[in-house]
Design a protein around this ligand. Structure first.
Ligand code: G3P
Ligand code: MG
Length: 240
């Protein structure tokens, strides 16, 4: 079962910063999840929100700023313990991850803003770094996943969902995707078994930090995406 760190080691470090990724790897996470947007000048950057206001000392939308402008901001806003962190580019992350034994879940944040061509840009960088085998692309915008598959059928994709779909295993199978990434509350043992029967991976993500992660183990998911890779590591170790 993969222990995937949500926005890096978000439970203890500023989300979606290189520090949070480094700490996730240090603690023994198997993978890292993060969110990608495009800047005004077409650069791929990692940040959760479309807006800069919550996690940085900047204001406005990522899409309205150049990379040069974004790099002046502190992305560890509100953190009492962490020094200044910059908004990472996807290239910086790949430099960090390339020779590490971790998988990377790249979430394309294309539900609110249409970032023209983001799928091809992400794909081209994956190819440049030769990382295809260690990547899962996910998105709440399933059209983005279809676009990714049109670029390369072999790239692994995960259908992100927070709603309770009717027969979600059929939906994911019909789309031709390898993984389902549901919000934890929407999954039960029966649904999990259907995914297993259909050879579709199940990586469950958690929206609430203090959830009892252990409850999900009986579903035998392929992975858990949480803010606490340290706790998940212990839970998995106890199970084995
Ligand atoms: O990919 C799982 C999770 O990251 C989806 O929600 O809002 O944290 O990006 P969010
Ligand atoms: Mg995400």
């Amino acid at each position: 079962m993969l222990n995937i760190a949500h926005r890096g080691f978000k439970g203890a470090y500023p989300e979606n910063t290189m520090l949070a990724y480094e700490k996730a790897v240090e603690i023994g996470a198997d993978g890292i999840e993060f969110d990608v947007h495009l800047t005004k000048d077409g650069e791929l950057v990692i940040i959760h929100d479309e807006s800069l206001d919550r996690t940085t000392d900047g204001k406005g939308l990522v899409k309205d700023k150049t990379l040069h402008e974004l790099k002046k901001l502190n992305a560890s806003k509100g953190s009492l313990t962490s020094e200044v962190q910059t908004i990472p580019t996807l290239r910086e992350y790949f430099d960090f991850a390339k020779n590490k034994d971790i998988i990377t879940n790249i979430e394309l944040k294309t539900s609110i803003i249409t970032y023209e061509g983001i799928e091809k840009k992400v794909y081209d960088l994956i190819k440049e770094y030769d990382m295809k085998d260690k990547i899962i692309i996910s998105s709440f915008n399933h059209n983005s996943l279809i676009r990714m598959k049109e670029i390369d059928r072999e790239i692994k994709c995960g259908v992100l969902e927070s709603s309770r779909l009717y027969k979600p295993w059929e939906y994911v199978k019909n789309l031709g995707m390898e993984y389902f990434h549901p919000l934890n509350f929407t999954i039960n043992k029966e649904i999990a078994e259907k995914f297993s029967e259909n050879n579709i991976g199940l990586n469950i993500w958690f929206g609430i930090s203090d959830y009892d992660f252990g409850e999900c183990l009986e579903f035998n998911p392929t992975g858990l995406i949480t803010d606490f890779p340290d706790r998940i590591k212990e839970i998995i170790a106890k199970k084995i």
